[in-house]
Ligand binder design. Sequence first.
Ligand SMILES: [Zn+2]
Length: 442
Amino acid sequence: MSLLECDLIIYGSSVITQDENRSIINDGAIAVTGNKISDVGPKSEINRKWTASKTLDSGKSILMPGMINSHTHVPMTLMRGVADDLPLLTWLHDYIFPIEAGLNKELVELGAHLGCAEMIAGGTTAFLDGYMHEDAVGKAVDESGIKAVLGEGFFEFPSPFFKTAEQAWEVMEGLHERFSKHDRISISITPHAVFTTNPDQLVESMELAEKLDVPWQIHCAESIPETELTLKKFGKRPLEVLRDNGLLTARTRIHHCVDVTEQEISLLSSSGTMVSHNPQSNLKLGSGICPLTKLLDAGITVGLGTDGAASNNDLNMFEEMRTAALLQKGILQDPTAIPAQTALDLATVNSADFLGLTDTGSIKPGMKADIIAINMNKMHLKPVYNPLSHVVYCVGAQDVSLTICDGKVLYHDGKHFTVDIETVSHEAEKAVKWALSRLKNH
Ligand SMILES: [Zn+2]
């Protein structure tokens, strides 16, 4: 029997597939053709069937799907550590907003390059972004080889970025047009939050999301102070404002969902609204704890995200998985809450749904080749009883040895192939002076 031809075969000591049966293959291999997975199975079987122009034996390593970050503001890596240990609204109004008001495209692109590089090295192959100058983020995504759903954020008009709603919608349509044929980039409509916009704008922006057939994402129910502000402004809680304006739909993506009632959880569930869980950002900003277990029990699709590096302060999805699992065990005093498999589902298959991507998040024939390898030849990872438990409770972002996105090797053994790390790091250090000068002027 002649062998089938593919471009690349990757070998590992185990493959966590995240397929429907959540199969884990010992001594496994993945065959890749172009940007897609052709086959996955035991090494002996793949070798019997396939021949490749290139092979990558990652030795004692776990192969798994690239993780998907369902909520971030990638250029905010430039504000990593600029202000810590402050309440959400003080942090936003006294530090983040004044710096952001002075951002230009070059700085946004720089921050995006830094963030994309961090995610690639840490085993993340896709993310949902929300920021300004998203065309500059798109440029960094295009060049770095990662994939993203971009979201041009907007606040009440006029804002430093848009004088009128028409202007904002035009920019979003332009962004959609520009990336509509891109293999790795798409867009979403991205109002900042209920309390920083108004219902008419929200409704209009949802109409635009429907017209373009893209997701509609918003920060919502992030903290009690946000609820209080929204009550003061509209006489309703944030999710009630969305409900009353017909904005809870299968297209809706909610970030945070911390201050949420039982009735609101039912509303999210019955409307098909999806939620992004961001435990480290919520903890660091003292916003509270999302009732993740209740959301999942209600049948809501929940993805996992880091939020921006100004409130996390990194884009490390391994830490995020572990925090999500440990938090629920702790607050519920139940060690069976959010088992390792559920935590990994949040970061892979669920986040793929959240981004509206149907061809990533698992290792199966036909899916995009978004694959990472974790080097298990490390003292802190010995011995291995259960690869799945290791990935959630033991592995760190620094243990990622290989990142492949759309069939292309972006990172291998500490080396980036698409990002000039030295230049990006140097420029990021230089941006510190600029950011601090914005605060002095404030
Ligand atoms: Zn956010």
